[in-house]
Design a protein around this ligand. Sequence first.
Ligand code: IPT
Length: 948
Amino acid sequence: MDIARKGPGVGALVPRARLNSSGARQSLNGAWQFRVSRGLAVAPDDGWERDDYRATGWTTIPVPAHWVLEGHGAPAYTNVRFPLPIDPPNPPDENPIGDYRLVFDAGPALLNGAVLRFDGIESAAEVFLNGHRLGTTRGSRLTHEFDVKGRLRPTGNTLAVRVAQFSDASYLEDQDMWWLPGIFRDVELVAVPDMGIYDVFAVADYDPETGSGTLELTLTDPHGRPGRARLSIPDLGITQEIDGSATLTTGRVEPWSAETPRLYDATLSTPDEEVRLRLGFRRVEVRDSVLLLNGQPLRFRGVNRHEHDPSHGRAVPLEKARAELELMKRHNINAVRTSHYPPHPGLLDLTDELGLYVILECDLETHGFVQVDWRDNPSDDPEWESAYLDRMQRTVHRDKNHASVLFWSLGNESGHGANLEAMAAWTAAFDPSRLIHYEHDWDCTYVDVYSRMYATHAEVRAIGEEVLTPASFDATPAQLHRRSLPFIQCEYAHAMGNGPGGLQEYQELFDRYPRLAGGFVWEWIEHGLTVDGRVLYGGDFGEETHDGNFVIDGLVSADREPRPGLVALAHWYAPVRIEVTDASVRVHNRYDLIDLSGLRFVWRTDEGGSGTLDVPAVLPGQTVEVPLPATGPVLTVEATLANATTWADAGHVVARGQRADVRPTARPATTAAPVRSAFDPVSMRLQALGGLRLDGPIPSLWRAPTDNDRYPGRDEPDLPPYAERWAEAGIDRLRTRLVSATDENGTLRTRLRTAPPGRDFALDAEFRWCQVRPDALLLDVTMTPRGLWPVEWARLGLDLVLPGRPTGLDWFGLGPGPAYPDLAAGAYLGRHHADANDLFTPYVRPQESGARRGVRQASISTSAGRLGVRVVEGGVPEIAVTVSPWSRKTLAATTHHADLVADGNTYVSLDLAQSGLGTATCGVGVLPRYRLPARPGRVSLLLESSAG
Ligand code: IPT
C-alpha cells in the first residue's frame, strides 16, 4: 500500500452525480471483520485480502464507524497544528492501519454491472474484491466508486479494505476537528444497468425578469459518451426525449429559495432505469457588488456545520442530521457552510427540501503549514495539483444537482497557490451557474465573492462602505474587481462557551450595507465526545499534542441542546422585526424574497388580554405601522407561522417584539433596625432572615472565567485575556473588611471596604438595613470605587450563600433563558420559572453561566427554604440574578462539567451591572459599550424569606 504519494487515489471511476435511481442497491453496512496494526511495516501481508483467507483472531466492527470510537485506539484533537511532523507526503511510522473484511452475497440485479461505492474513509484506503485490487481512495469525506462488473459473484464475495489513519492525504485534511480514522460513511453496491442513466447534470435556472425557467440537462453514460432518456416533469407538463443534452424553456415556474423551497419532481427514464430528480429553479448572481438570488438581494443568516455526534463522531445518523436542520430552521437560520468538507450526501436532499442555502466546501485544509510559514504548502506544489483537482471534481459532481448549493468552496485555510486557482478554473468552467468561494483569496483573483473570517466590526463596516464611494484614481484592476464583489463573513461570532457577544452589531452592519451578504456563525455544533457519561475534549485521550477544549464551540451542544447563543442568534436572524412603541406596532419584513402573508401576528398583555393583529402584506425590506392593539404595562407581539411547515408546527414563534412600562415597586414601610443577633459579629454579614439561614451579601466583582475571558481579543492582541487581568488585579480573591456598624434612626448602617490582597484600590460599600416584617428586610446598597482601578470588572454585584441545594427560580424579568449585556436578544419580559437544571448551562468546561437579566422580582428556592428578592425604588430598576449549585471558585477550578461537585449550598449573585461576553476565543473581545470599568452603583432590595 502506497500512502506517501502526492496524488489522488487510483482506480476509482470518474466522479458523477448522486442519483436517486430505481436501480438495485445493496448496502454493505453492518458488522465487518476487523483488525488493527501499529504501522504499515507490521500490517500483516498474510493473504488477508484473498477470498480463501480464514480470518482468525479478528474482531468485528460496525461499518460505518470510526475505529477509535469502537474500542481500538483513541481519538485525537488538534486545531491548526499537525499532530505529525511536517514531512509531506510521508505519514509517521506509528500509523494505525485498520484491515476490514466482509464476506457477502450479491443480489442478482447487481451481477450484470454495478459499482462499489464508499462515501467516506479516513484517510486512505486500498480496496480488494475477491482478491483483486480495485484501487485506492484519497479524500476522507469524498465518494469513490469502483467498477465491479464481472467481479461480483452471487455468493461468497470477499471485500477487503486496508485503511491507514495517516497518509499523504492527512496533509490536505488538517481541519480543526478530531482525527477519526475508519470507514465512517456508507458502503454500497449500486447497479449500473446497460441501458441506464449513469450521470446527469441538471441546471435549473429562473429568470426573475420573466418568471420563467430554463432547464439544461446533460446525460452521460459510463464511458463518458452522451446518454439518452425520457424526461418527464408532470407539474410543468413536460415530457421529452433527451439525447445527450438539451435546453428546455419551461414557461412560468415558482422559483426555489430557502423561503419557498419549491421543488419540481422530474423523472428520467430508460427501459432499464428510472431516476428521480427534484428540481429547484433559481438564479444566483452578482450585480454591482450585491449578491442576488432570483433577482433580489440575498443575505446569508448562516452557520458553519461540521458533522458530529457525541458517540459516533462524523458518522452522523441521517435522522439526527434532519433534526439538526429543522432546529436551524426553527432558529431562523437560512444557510449552512459545510465546514470544511462535503457532508453526508443525504444532507443535500434535506437542505433542498427544508430550504437552506449551502456553501458546499471541498475536503481540503492545509492549515498546519502556517506553522512553518507555509513552506512546502501543497497548495502551491505542482506535484499535488492532480490531488487538488480530484478533490474538487469529486465534490462538485456528487452534489451538482442540488438547488440549495449556491456556492462551491475550494476548501478552508490552505494558504495560497496555483492548485487552488486550478480548482477554481475547473469549477468555473464546469458549472458557471454557481459562485466560487475561498476565504483566503483576499485579492479575489479567482473567487466570485470576497470572503473573510472574524473580521472586526470596524473592518466589516469599511468593506461595506468601500463600494459606496467612487474608487480612487490609482486603484489597480484587481482592486476594482474586488470592489465589484459582494462580501460575506464565512466565519464570525465564535460561539465557544458562554457567548457569542457582538451579534447585534454585526447584524446591523449586514442590514445596512448592500454589499454585505451576511455571514456564517462559527459554529453550529460542539464536538464533545461522550465516554461513560463524561463529555471529553482534546487531551482527554492522552494526546501529547492537542488543543484542549477549542473543539468545544457551538450554538448547540454535541447532543444538539441549544446553547443561549442560539436563542440570541434566532432573534437577529429573524425574518421580521417587531417594534412596539408607545404609539404603534412597527413591523419590518426582513425576508429576502417573500411578503409576510405566511405569518400570523398575535398580541398579549401581561394582564391577560390577547388577540391577533392585522398586518397588511409588506414587501421585503419594507415596514408598516399598525395601531397598538392594547395598552398596559407589558404588551407583547409575536409573529408566528400561519401554517405548519416541514420544520415547525403552525404557531411556531419566529419573532417577538415587546413594549414594557413597568413602574418600580414602592419602598415598603419599615419598622426598626434589625436585631444585631441576625448578623455575624465579625463581618456583619446577615446570617438569618426569619427562619431562613443565609450568609451575605458581600460585594463582588468577579465571574468564573468564560472561554472568551481566557483568550486575548483581536481588538487588543497585546493585552492579556480578561481572566488573567482579573487574576493579576486580584478581583478573584477579594477581602471585605467591616469599617463600621452603627444604628441610626431605625436603620442599621454598615460600611465595608472590599479590596484584593496586596492592592490599595478598593470598593467601598454602605449597607442600610431596615426591618419590614419579622421575615423581611429592606436593604439599601451604595457601592463606590476608591483609588485607581487598573482593570475592568466582570460584575458589580452582591453575593450570598443559602444553605440547601437550589431547586428552582421564579422571576419577573427577562427570560426564560440566561442573558448577558451583549447576549440578551431573544429574552423577553415576563414571569418565568427555571428548574434546578435550567439555572446553569452545562458548558463542557465549567464557566460563568445562567444569569437572568432585567429582574425586578425573584424567588429563589432551595431544599432549605425560599428567599424572595424584590428591587424597590431607590437605585437601579432591575438586576441580574444568578443562582448556582457551585461557587465561582469551584467553577473556575474544574475542567469538565461532569466533575463538578456540588457542596449542598446555593450560590446567589445579585448584580447591578455585568460585563459583556465578547468572542475573544476567536475574534473581538467585549465591545466598549458592554465593558464595565470601575463605577459606583446603588440598589434597594426587599429581601423576604420563608423556611422550607
Ligand atoms: C478558523 C477555522 O477556519 C475554523 O475551522 C476554526 O478552527 C476556527 O478558526 C476556530 O474555531 S481559522 C482561524 C485561524 C481564524
